[in-house]
Design a binder for this molecule. Structure first.
Ligand SMILES: Cc1cc2nc3c(=O)[nH]c(=O)nc-3n(C[C@H](O)[C@H](O)[C@H](O)COP(=O)(O)OP(=O)(O)OC[C@H]3O[C@@H](n4cnc5c(N)ncnc54)[C@H](O)[C@@H]3O)c2cc1C
Length: 364
C-alpha cells in the first residue's frame, strides 16, 4: 500500500481507532490531542454489532470488552413497576469508555501521540489542499492527509464548513455509575429500562464490570435541570424520580454524583452530506453528532475509523467512504428521531428496544 503520512486531529475513540488501523495497514501517523494527557476517562456505552465488528477488524475486540459485560436481555417496566416487555439481546456489550481508550492506546506507538496540541486552523497550499495544521501553542504539523476526529464541537468541521451550526436536542441524559454490589446486580446481564407512562422521563441501567452505569433520560421541556453541580444533580434525581420503584431509589442513593455527567446532546442543524474536502476528512462526532438515544455515537465512530483506514490504504475508494458512511448515518439519525418521538409519547402497547441498530432493525 502507499505510505501516507496522516495527521489525526483529536485522540478520542474515532481518532485513536483510525490511527491504530492506519498503522496496522502500514501507514505512518501522528495524533494531536488538545488535552494535556489522553486519560482513560468518561463513563460507558453499549457496544453493538457494528462497533464490535469494527473492533474485530482492529484485532482489539477481546481486549476492549474484557472489563465489560455482555448484555443478553432487555427488560422494560413502567414507573409503577409493571413489566411492559422483555426481549433477548445479541451482540451488545456494556463497556467503560476508559477500557476502550486504554485498549486503543495500547496499540498506538507512544511517539505517535502529541498532547497539549489544540488545533485552530489549516494553512492551505491550494483551495482544497491543506498543507499544515496550526495549533494554539504556535506549532504546526505537515501531512499528506488530515483527519478531523475532534469531537462534537469540531474545530476542523468549522474550518471546512463554517456555515454549519449545532442545535440543542430536546432529550438530555444524566449518566452515572453506582457499584453493582450495593444494588445486588453483581451477576446480571440485563439492560433494564423504566419509563414514565406519560412519556418524557426514563431510567435505564446496565452492568459494566463491577459497576452499573445508569442514566436518567429526560425531556428538558418538562423537566428542566437547572443546577449541574453534583448536589443539584442529586436533588434533580430525587425530585423527578420520587415514588419510582425501589431499584431507582437504590441507584440514586448508591451514586457519587461528582462522577456524573450531564449529557446535553446537540445535533448539526443541517447534517453534512460529504465528509471529505480535498485532503481533509471528518469522522466520528466531528462528521455527524448523533442523538444519545441511538447508542450509535461510539459504534459509528469505530465504523468510520475502519472504513477510512481502508480508503487511505487504497482498499476502497475515498469517495465511497463519504457516500457510504453518510448513508448509514442518515439511517441512524432517522432511527434516533423515531426513538425520541417514542420516548416523548405516552407508553403504548408496542414498546421498542431503545437502540438504533446497524442493519436498520431498530424495531425488534
Ligand atoms: C472525556 C470524554 C468522555 C466521554 N464519555 C462518554 C461516555 O461516558 N458515554 C458516551 O456515550 N460517550 C462519551 N463520550 C463521547 C463519545 O466518546 C463520542 O461520542 C464517541 O465515542 C465518538 O467519538 P469521537 O472520537 O468522534 O469523539 P470524542 O471521543 O469526543 O473525541 C474527541 C477528541 O478530540 C479532542 N479535541 C477536541 N477539540 C480538539 C482540538 N481543537 N484539537 C485537538 N483535539 C481536540 C478531545 O479532547 C477528544 O479527545 C465522551 C467523550 C469525551 C471526550
Amino acid at each position: 500500500m502507499p505510505v501516507h503520512e496522516l495527521a489525526v486531529l483529536g485522540a478520542g475513540v474515532s481518532g485513536l481507532a483510525l490511527a491504530v488501523q492506519h498503522t496496522q495497514l502500514g501507514g505512518s501517523v501522528d495524533v494531536y490531542e488538545r488535552r494535556r494527557a489522553v486519560r482513560p476517562d468518561g463513563l460507558a456505552f453499549i457496544l453493538q454489532e457494528n462497533g464490535l465488528a469494527a473492533l474485530e477488524r482492529l484485532g482489539l475486540r477481546d481486549e476492549a470488552v474484557r472489563g465489560g459485560r455482555e448484555l443478553t436481555e432487555y427488560q422494560l417496566f413502567d414507573h409503577r413497576g409493571n413489566e411492559l416487555a422483555q426481549e433477548k439481546l445479541d451482540n451488545c456489550v456494556g463497556v467503560r469508555r476508559g477500557d476502550l481508550i486504554d485498549a486503543l492506546l495500547s496499540r498506538l506507538p507512544a511517539q505517535a501521540l502529541h498532547v497539549g496540541k489544540s488545533f485552530v486552523r489549516f494553512g492551505w497550499s491550494a483551495a482544497d489542499r491543506a498543507a499544515t495544521a496550526h495549533f494554539t501553542d504556535g506549532t504546526t504539523a505537515e501531512a499528506d492527509w488530515f483527519a478531523g476526529s475532534d469531537g462534537i464541537r469540531s474545530a476542523v468541521r468549522s474550518q471546512l464548513f463554517p456555515g454549519h451550526s449545532l442545535s440543542p436536542v430536546r432529550v438530555n441524559d444524566l449518566v452515572s455509575f453506582a457499584p453493582t454490589a450495593a444494588l445486588g446486580l453483581e451477576a446480571t446481564t440485563r439492560f433494564s429500562k423504566i419509563v414514565h407512562s406519560d412519556g418524557g422521563l426514563a431510567v435505564g441501567y446496565l452492568p459494566c464490570g463491577d459497576e452499573v452505569v445508569w442514566f436518567l433520560q429526560f425531556d428538558t421541556f418538562q423537566y428542566p435541570c437547572e443546577n449541574a453541580a453534583a448536589i443539584g444533580l442529586a436533588d434533580f434525581c430525587r425530585q423527578t424520580l420520587a415514588g419510582w420503584p425501589p431499584m431507582v431509589q437504590r441507584l440514586i442513593e448508591a451514586t457519587d454524583f461528582t462522577r456524573s455527567h450531564l449529557w446535553a446532546s446537540t445535533r448539526l442543524t443541517d447534517p453534512l452530506r460529504d465528509y471529505v474536502q480535498g485532503n481533509v476528512i471528518l469522522l466520528g462526532d466531528a462528521a455527524h453528532p448523533l442523538p444519545s438515544v441511538t447508542s450509535q455515537g461510539v459504534n459509528s465512530a469505530l465504523e468510520d475509523a475502519v472504513a477510512l483506514a481502508d480508503a487511505l490504504a487504497d482498499v476502497a475508494p475515498l469517495a465511497d467512504y463519504s457516500t457510504s458512511r453518510a448513508e448509514h448515518i442518515a439511517r441512524y439519525i432517522a432511527q434516533g428521531m423515531s426513538l425520541q418521538a417514542d420516548f416523548l409519547a405516552p407508553v403504548n402497547g408496542d414498546p421498542v428496544i431503545p437502540l438504533a441498530r446497524s442493519a436498520s432493525k431498530g424495531r425488534l
